[in-house]
Design a protein around this ligand. Structure first.
Ligand SMILES: NC(=O)c1ccc[n+]([C@@H]2O[C@H](COP(=O)([O-])OP(=O)(O)OC[C@H]3O[C@@H](n4cnc5c(N)ncnc54)[C@H](O)[C@@H]3O)[C@@H](O)[C@H]2O)c1
Length: 246
């Protein structure tokens, strides 16, 4: 049997996660497609990945819960015997100004966006270290670099991911495990669709290329960063934002 690389994409039932899964499948990588609630969405992701003839496995699990992450990894090892690529994509927003933000909204966003990556990276690093190969990509955000009014929780989680990326890159580089973060600007998905049109117009004014990004743009960058062409890149935060963060 062909020895393909195996990738786990968290939160891949739609949006950016789905586009990443499909792009990696197109590069002949076996895909573990994680989802939390949306079974219909994740089946659509799987159907699109299957067209490229790779092995795919849907694994349900709330990535903010350590015991569920542990089960997902047990199943990956059972089924594939290894994990080469980890894409931490699962994420949520719970926006509001700090003065009125409930502790629960802060905690929940940190748990889904940041703790999840702690749990997955810990288990993935062990498997990858044994194989002397690993590529980890954390989907951060421009907001983790610049901040954003109404998103103290989200920006804290995304800035946290950047810190974790840099530290783990230093810890694991000698074992050929490369760890990078991506900082998307405004990408057209359900997450950004819920913003009102006035807000979208204002954001558009800030984007030099004058259009929003597509999930496929992120898929292409992830595909490059996990490829052999990016073998000398680690600990970096790559912005992909149409120039918004210049
Ligand atoms: N859309 C943007 O403009 C943008 C910009 C910067 C960063 N991002 C980041 O990109 C990632 C994907 O966002 P998107 O725009 O595709 O959003 P989305 O809402 O369309 O998708 C989020 C995905 O995460 C999954 N998810 C949520 N909680 C989960 C959990 N506990 N366990 C497992 N999966 C869970 C959802 O089911 C969904 O599949 C997020 O981390 C987001 O913060 C998005």
């Amino acid at each position: 049997m062909e020895n393909r690389r195996v990738a786990l994409v968290t939160g891949a039932s739609k949006g950016i996660g789905r586009a990443i899964a499909i792009r990696l499948a197109q590069s002949n990588i076996d895909i573990v497609i994680n989802y939390n609630r949306d079974l219909e969405g994740v089946k659509k992701t799987q159907g699109k990945c299957n067209r490229f003839g790779v092995r795919t496995e849907i694994l349900q699990g709330d990535m903010s819960k350590e015991e569920e992450v542990n089960l997902v990894f047990e199943r990956i090892v059972d089924r594939f015997g290894k994990l080469d690529i980890l894409i931490n994509n699962a994420g949520i927003t719970k926006d509001g100004l700090l003065i009125s933000m409930k502790g629960e909204a802060f905690r929940e966003v940190l748990e889904v966006n940041l703790f999840s990556a702690f749990y997955t990276m810990k288990l993935a690093s062990r498997i990858m270290a044994r194989n002397r190969f690993g590529r980890i990509i954390n989907i951060s955000s421009i907001v983790g670099i610049r901040g954003n009014a109404g998103q103290v929780n989200y920006s804290a989680s995304k800035a946290g991911l950047i810190g974790m990326t840099k530290s783990l890159a230093k810890e694991m580089a000698s074992r050929n495990i490369l760890v990078n973060a991506i900082a998307p600007g405004f990408i057209e998905t359900d997450m950004t669709d819920k913003l009102d049109d006035k807000v979208k117009e204002k954001i558009l004014e800030e984007i030099p290329v004058k259009h929003f990004g597509k999930p496929e743009d992120i898929g292409n960058l992830v595909n490059f960063l996990v490829s052999d062409e990016a073998n000398y890149i680690t600990g970096q935060v790559i912005s992909i934002d149409g120039g918004m963060n210049i």
